[in-house]
Design a protein around this ligand. Sequence first.
Ligand code: NA7
Length: 557
Amino acid sequence: MLASEPETLRPVSYTPASGVVAMGDQQAIDYDVVVIGAGFGGMYMLYRLRQLGFTARAVEAADDVGGTWYWNRYPGARCDVESVEYSYSFDAQLQQDWVWTERYAAQPEILRYAQHVADRFDLRRDISFMSRVDAATFDDTAATWTVDVSGQHAGTLRSRFLVSAVGCLSSTNWPDIPGRDTFAGDRYHTGQWPHHEVDFTGKVVGVIGTGSSGIQSIPIIAQQAEHLYVFQRTPNYTVPAHNRPMPAEELAELKARYDEIRAIDRTLSGGFGAQYPRGTVGAMDVSDEERAAEYQRRWDIGGFTYLGGFTDALLSKESNFTAAEFVRGKIREIVTDPEVAALLSPDHVIACKRLCFDTGYYETYNRPNVTLVDIHDGGIEEITPTGLRAGGADYALDALVFATGFDAMTGTLLRMDIRGPELSLREAWSAGPRTYLGLGVHGIPNFFVITGPGSPSVLTNMIMSIEQHVEWIGDCLAAMRAGGQQRIEATEDAQDQWVGYVNAVADATLFPTCNSWYLGANVPGKTRVFMPLPGLPPYREQCDAVAANGYEGFVLA
Ligand code: NA7
C-alpha cells in the first residue's frame, strides 16, 4: 500500500492554529504529540489536541482515515453495536446531523462517517497518509521522542509525546499453514480486503475461519459462489443481528434523547458502553419456562441484548450453559441436516470468544452449494496451488478467503520498535502486555496507548472507550502543561498492581476459559494473558480518580 516515492515529512503544509500554547521547547521538537494511526482513536485524539492548543501529527498507513473500517471491507462487514451508539458523542451537532440508515451500519457507511468527520473538522491537514511508524526512541535527557516514519512521508519526527491509536484489531493473522503462499487462485484476507468489488460468481470458494468476519461474509459469499467450502476449526455462537433500515421517525426519536442515551452508556446500566436492557436476577433464579421465554425475547431483539437477560451469564457456568444450550437448540431447529447442526454447535462457554451476530448464517448451511468441513482434529494439512488438503481429502478451489482474524491488541504495537530509555516495548511485554490503566507503560515515558491491553477496549462499545481515553490523555497533557512538566511515566508498582487487578477481574469471570483472541490463543507462540479488562464504568471512575489524585501511579517531572 505504501507509495514508492518517499518525500520528507516536514514540508507537509502544517500551520499551528493561532493562539496555540505549546508544551515547551519548540526548537527541539516538531510537534507536541505524534499520534500513530488515523482511525476513530487517532482522529479524535488529533481533534482534541487541537482544541487544547497542542501541535500534533498523525501517521497513517492507509491512504485515508477509518482504521478498522478502512481495511475490513469484506462482504457483509457490519458493526455489532447499534449505529446511534457506535458513533462519536463529543460533538452534539455532529450526532444530530449524521443520518444512519440502518440499525447496525455496514462498513461503507461507517467509513463514510469517518470521512465526514475528517472533512468536518479539517483533520486531514494533520495526517501523513500512506506512511508508517517503524520505530520510536525516547531521549530521556531532552524528554523527546524521535519517530522514524517510512512510506510516502518518510522521515524523522521529534515530539514530546507519542500516542498509539493503532487499534486492537489491525495486524492480520495469516496462519502459517504449509504451502500457504503457493495457492495459485485468488487469495483474500477479510482484514485486508481489496478496494474493488470481488465477485465470486461461478467460483469454488474456500473460507477458513468462523469468527465474526467468517460468520458475516459466509452467507453473502454462498449466494454468489458456485460452491462454498467452509473450513471450521471451532464453531462459534451467533445470534441474529435483526439488522433493518432505520426509519426516519425512529432516528429522530433517538436523536431527541441523545444526551440521555450517552449518559446511560457511561454508567453501570450501560456497562458495555452501549445501552442494552439488563436483567436483574441470575439465570438459575427463575423457572425453566421464564428463562426460555427471556432468551427467546432477546433472541428476537438480537445482538448483544441476548446475553443481558441475567446478571451471571459470564460469571456462572451453570447459567452460561443455559444461554449456550438455547443457541444450540436454535441451531438444531434451523439446520436441516442433524450432522451439520452438531458440527455447528459450540461446546465452549458462550461469549468467552466474542459473541457473533449474523444475517442468515446457520440457514446458509441448508444450501446445496455449501459444505461445512470440520478441521477440528487435524487442521488444514497443506495449501496447494489448486486448493487445500484437510482430513486427507483434497479440495479444488478457485478462491481462498482467510477469515482468520488478527494478532489482536499487541500485534501492531510490537511490530514497531518502540524504545524507552532502558527498555523497549518488546522487552517490557516479553511475557505478555503489562500496562498501568491500559494507558501507560513503565519504562516507556511519555507514551500513551488508546484502548490498550489492560483497559476495557474490545469488551465495550469501542467508540465510548476511545473517547474516554482520548479525553483522559488530553486532560493529562493539559495538566502537565499547566504544571510545567514534560515527562510522565507509570511506576512499576502501580503497573504491577494494575496487572494483578486486571487478572483478578478476568479470573472471576468465564472469559479466560477458551482459546480466544482476547487471550492471544489464536496466534501460535503468543503468551496467553487475558488482555482486555471486563467492566467499563468502574474503570472510568478509576481513571478519573487517578487524575484527581495528581496522576497517582505516574511520576511527573
Ligand atoms: P476471529 O474471531 O479471531 O476468528 C478467526 C477464525 O479463524 C476462528 O474461527 C479461528 O478458529 C480461525 N482460525 C484461525 N487460525 C486458523 C487456522 N490456522 N486454521 C483454521 N482456522 C483458523 O477473527 P474475526 O476476523 O472473525 O473477528 C475478529 C473480531 O473482529 C471479532 O471478534 C469482532 O470483534 C470484530 P479458532 O476459533 O481459533 O479455532
